[in-house]
Design a protein around this ligand. Sequence first.
Ligand SMILES: *[C@@H]1O[C@H](CO)[C@@H](O)[C@H](O)[C@H]1NC(C)=O
Ligand SMILES: *[C@@H]1O[C@H](CO)[C@@H](O)[C@H](O)[C@H]1NC(C)=O
Ligand SMILES: *[C@@H]1O[C@H](CO)[C@@H](O)[C@H](O)[C@H]1NC(C)=O
Length: 259
Amino acid sequence: MLVLLFVPLFILALVKKLLTPKRTKNIDKKHVVITGGSSGIGRCVAILAARKGANVTIIARNLEKLSKAEKEIKEACIYKDQIISSVSVDVSNQQSIQKEITKLEESVGPIYMLVNCAGMAICGKVEDFDEEGVKTLINVNYLGTLYPIQSVIPKFKERQDGIIVLTGSQVSLMGMFGYSIYASCKFALRGLAESIYMELKPYNISVTLALPPDTDTPGFEIENKTKPQETKLISEAGGLVQPETVAEKLLQDALVIIF
Ligand SMILES: *[C@@H]1O[C@H](CO)[C@@H](O)[C@H](O)[C@H]1NC(C)=O
Ligand SMILES: *[C@@H]1O[C@H](CO)[C@@H](O)[C@H](O)[C@H]1NC(C)=O
Ligand SMILES: *[C@@H]1O[C@H](CO)[C@@H](O)[C@H](O)[C@H]1NC(C)=O
């Protein structure tokens, strides 16, 4: 009998939850750090964050691309005193990234959100990868996400507040011809995201994993050049999404308050 009463109540509660607009976190005047922020999805996330009033720091290696992106991000600012800065560092070097994160907390302000967009794909059949290619992919995609995350966690825990975004891929969920090494790295990011989600939840720190499809970025152009014919045939069927679209969804998902 009791069950008969609870089921409609549960459905009512669910409908009410689905109909009420989702509450979202605010990044206005907060410090948002974006790795891989000089191009592609990262650059679009940085521009959106600036439009939302955040102090934005982009991290990448290439100085020229950094300063070009920094200018574009500044143009998106809504306040005169918004701080937009860029740091050139190798995210796959644990000590260097730790040092830069510490410096940024002092020079700009406490970091509220870390968006990991640094990444790259090289395609090819598994037996054709040399050691350098394998290590490059592991460094950039896996270690280059792990180390920035490790660097922000102590302060996030202290403040009981913070947002971490990892950028996986659709090949985080399903392997694909020509993507053996890249997909392994993106699977690893999913394992990392799911584990730290549990570790950080008691500290009021949120973790989300974005799973974008093929996106129209400079990185994708390079990836396209290394694609075996078979991979091209499979991926061309999927089409290409614009980085602005991915960035918007990534931010929206990271900022929604679930409960
Ligand atoms: C953001 O920038 C403003 C204006 O320069 C500064 O006063 C504030 O301390 C910064 N806050 C954070 C969290 O970075
Ligand atoms: C938890 O995080 C939210 C969103 O970032 C923040 O508004 C709130 O103040 C935090 N709560 C505590 C107890 O620190
Ligand atoms: C990928 O490369 C092929 C040629 O190998 C080309 O036809 C195609 O337009 C390229 N796609 C993109 C999105 O660059």
